[in-house]
Design a protein around this ligand. Structure first.
Ligand code: ADP
Length: 212
């Protein structure tokens, strides 16, 4: 089996990716790869894994809606009714399965980061968060909020930077009037442990909420 950490492996996958997606998506993937590597350096994660997962995250983004559903079917994936109705969010899930089969040398942590880059998940690893963030902050992404979040790299803890990006993305989905994946709230809440602490303490506020 090839060494997935080698430069040769990276270049081979990069050249294959170029044939799988359009030029804009390819450029975006290179940007995510570089940004993920830089974030891994800042936050002390595996730089090679971040660079690889960033490169591969949109491996299946070249499929149209019927195509990605057929791809999931071919791969033997069982999608529930909700996910079947949201083909745009499926490319990370199918890519993780397909890449794991095509390149068994890829470690589970790289596949997990690819799988989670669109919807996120409860209990994301540092690497998962890095790829999720890199997808939103790579140099090709424009906007005031993107710029603000970029300036927070290294300043915020990784988890807080991830939550900033997640919140921004959820807001975008709402503004664009796109359907929201139902587990988004559950995922968000799983990163809000302070709510647990608050509930466990006696009410520190002498004035109940809602009173004038
Ligand atoms: N929690 C969510 N619920 C529903 N759709 C989502 C959610 N998160 C992301 N999406 C949508 O999934 C699509 C793909 O997202 P993503 O893979 O992150 O984008 P890109 O392929 O541009 O990097 C986008 O249309 C995005 O709005």
């Amino acid at each position: 089996m090839a060494d997935w950490r080698s430069e040769e492996f990276y270049k081979e996958r990069r050249d294959e990716l170029e044939k799988r997606v359009g030029p804009r998506r390819f450029k975006h993937s290179l940007g995510v790869s570089e940004t993920a590597e830089a974030l891994a350096r800042v936050y002390g994660a595996d730089k090679t894994a971040a660079r690889m997962a960033g490169l591969l995250h949109d491996w299946d983004k070249g499929y149209d809606d019927p195509g990605i559903l057929a791809r999931a079917d071919e791969l033997g994936m069982e999608l529930d009714a909700e996910l079947s109705a949201m083909p745009r969010v499926l490319h990370g899930l199918t890519a993780a399965v397909a890449l794991g089969r095509a390149f068994p040398e890829l470690p589970p942590k790289v596949l997990a980061a690819v799988e989670r880059h669109t919807l996120g998940a409860v209990d994301m690893s540092d690497l998962d968060m890095i790829v999720y963030i890199a997808d939103a902050l790579e140099p090709g992404r424009k906007g005031k909020m993107v710029q603000k979040l970029r300036e927070k790299v290294g300043e915020l803890e990784l988890r807080d930077l991830f939550l900033g990006v997640y919140a921004y993305w959820v807001q975008l989905i709402m503004e664009r009037r796109h359907p929201m994946y139902s587990k988004t709230t559950e995922i968000w809440n799983s990163y809000m442990p302070e709510q647990e602490v608050y509930r466990a303490e006696a009410n520190p506020d002498p004035v109940p909420y809602g009173r004038p």
